[in-house]
Design a protein around this ligand. Structure first.
Ligand code: ATP
Ligand code: MG
Length: 319
């Protein structure tokens, strides 16, 4: 199996506070879970669910522990059509766990035990696996979780480009200044940015990477650094796509839905965007499709959604 869309990095389960604004320190308050998670895993699950009608295959490279939490994530990815043959089971570690507390002001607090999630290494990158590659997606979180995971990402880019000079490298710089210094974020992102075809930042991430206080100006500056597209994710307001033909950006409005849980919306959006792009759609259509997938995600509790491509089309037609 050599998939068309590959992503690599951390696989986790998330254990989430059942109610918003419930501090992790409150003794006895309840959590819900485990939910399959990890930004790269959310991406590939979304890409896989959305790509079934386009004959595009998906695969993941990462590491889980030999436990039920690992099984939970493997089962979800497999049932949604992701090739899991390159997900290694490490007997010496537990599957990564993130305890997540979500607040009404939109902020989140994680308590994180990386376990096997940071164990992805350059040795996990097998050249043959990349022989049909069309898109390699890199997540900033996989660059920051460990040095070996970062080196694996850099190696994957090199191999993907060797195997297919036209490969699309997409990059979601989901790096948080609370966790890493901005200088470090810029340094570790540079080798990826230099090879990026489609950059998918949030406003804060664009500002941080470009060193500019306005998200719009930051995206324009980032576009000049080489990507073909810069796709600014704007929460309920949808997205704006910057390209060399549309340097002022094409604004695509979001869908009105009731937000139950925004976890994973950005990663799910990325997966859909890549599928629309590989399907050869125009930018407006791709943006609308990705917005619809992001909107359906926020309507459900937990980091990964279950909805099908047909359900996404239904939402798009209803607007
Ligand atoms: P993440 O925290 O998952 O990394 P992000 O900042 O990368 O998120 P967001 O902009 O929050 O990404 O969400 C991604 C996309 O999901 C948005 O561009 C939009 O299309 C959709 N979306 C997010 N929140 C909402 C919402 N409340 N209503 C409708 N659509 C939403
Ligand atoms: Mg994000």
């Amino acid at each position: 199996m050599s998939p068309n869309i590959i992503c690599l990095g951390e696989i986790l389960v998330e254990i989430m506070r059942s109610e918003k604004d419930t501090h992790h320190g409150i003794i006895g308050a309840s959590y819900k879970g485990p939910f399959p998670s990890g930004a790269p895993a959310i991406f590939i699950d979304s890409a896989s669910r959305m790509s079934k009608s386009f004959n595009l295959s998906t695969g993941f490279i990462g590491v889980v522990g030999n436990d039920e939490f690992g099984e939970v994530v493997l089962k979800k990815l497999k049932s949604d059509g992701v090739d899991i043959s390159k997900i290694r089971i490490d007997n010496s570690k537990t599957t990564g766990i993130a305890f997540n507390q979500y607040n009404s002001d939109g902020t989140r607090k994680f308590i994180f035990a990386a376990g096997a999630a940071g164990q992805t290494s350059p040795d996990d990158i097998d050249e043959e696996y990349f022989s049909n590659i069309k898109c390699l997606h890199i997540m900033g979180s996989a660059l920051s979780i460990s040095e070996s995971s970062r080196e694996a990402c850099y190696k994957a880019i090199e191999i993907a480009k060797n195997q297919n000079p036209k490969v699309v490298i997409s990059f979601d710089p989901n790096l948080r200044p609370e966790m890493l210094e901005i200088k470090t974020i810029i340094t570790i992102s540079k080798p990826v940015l230099e090879n990026t075809t489609i950059l998918l930042p949030s406003g804060e991430e664009a500002k941080m990477l470009a060193g500019i206080k306005s998200a719009e100006k930051a995206c324009k500056k980032l576009l000049k650094m080489g990507p073909k597209l810069v796709v600014l994710k704007q929460g309920k307001d949808g997205c704006t796509i910057y390209s060399s033909e549309e340097t002022n950006g094409i604004k695509i409005e979001g869908f009105e839905v009731e937000e139950i849980d925004p976890t994973g919306a950005g990663d799910s959006f990325d997966g859909a965007f890549i599928v629309g792009y590989l399907a050869g759609w125009n930018l407006k259509m791709i943006g609308k499709f990705a917005n619809a997938v992001g909107a359906l995600k926020v309507k459900c509790f937990g980091p990964m959604a279950n909805n099908s491509y047909e359900e996404v089309l239904k939402l798009m037609e209803s607007a």
